[in-house]
Design a protein around this ligand. Sequence first.
Ligand code: B1M
Length: 233
Amino acid sequence: MSDEDEIILDELNDEELTLQMHDDLYDGMKDEIEEGVHILLKRGWEPYRVLTEALVAGMTIVGHDFRDGILFVPEVLLAANAMKGGMFILKPLLVASGAPRMGKMVIGTVKGDIHDIGKNLVGMMMEGAGFEVVDLGINNSVDEYLDALKKEDADILGMSALLTTTMPYMKVVIDTMAEKGIRDDFIILVGGAPLNEEFGKAIGADAYCRDAAVAVETAKDFMLRKHNQLAAG
Ligand code: B1M
């Protein structure tokens, strides 16, 4: 492309810019994604709107083409890297809501699984809603989850899985907690693209969360019930 053809992001209207950001995410263009995020924020967009309409919607397109064999792992890694660049700018804005402390959550992606974008998003949104979040990262074994729950004196365990081959590991974690007699000491929330409500119930989780916003609402709801139970008891 010649200099004359170069797209000036700031000259695009909101709709054009959002579509351009979907393209830039698809092409793994981190600098452009970061610039686009700054422009939308400067135009008065709420951070959550930038996240969902510009970044998550763009990643959904990447996901479809990955599924259909049009994109491959290296391209998707670049897209993920660009997405993380945008999320890094949004994180302090999503977190700085000054919400009162709601409870503590340990969250991590399960063993064998390295997908972390959705899990990171959930962590950010939970922090924004006033939860303290301890992020264990990816590829977590039962012991890693259990050690962290104990060490952190957490209220909630959040597990993420993006692969049909790794999601059964969530049951291994919950069964181990049941064997050790600590299952009911924690609220267990699970999420990730291949899961559904039925799966959440079948493995004995307290709830399946479709997305980060649902995770926040569900966590708040369970914490309220926990406080009410404590007050009643
Ligand atoms: Co992967 N991958 N990937 N991948 N990847 C998927 C998941 C896949 C669906 C793509 C496809 O074929 N359409 C497919 C899984 C198929 C299946 O199992 N049914 C797949 C595959 C096959 C693979 C590999 C096996 C590919 C290979 O090597 N041949 C490999 C596996 C590696 C491993 O983990 N062992 C692999 C690798 C990768 C990359 C490394 C290239 C990269 C990950 C980079 C990273 O995360 N740092 C990657 C990506 C980016 C994807 C897609 C394209 C996008 C995932 C994503 O970030 N979505 C994905 C396609 C898709 O999901 N449609 C795909 C955006 C994110 C915001 O959404 O993660 O769903 P999501 O999170 C949401 C909700 O699910 C929920 O809230 C989030 C925010 O709203 N949520 C929770 C998630 N976790 C939660 C936890 C909670 C609550 C809610 O706890 C309380």
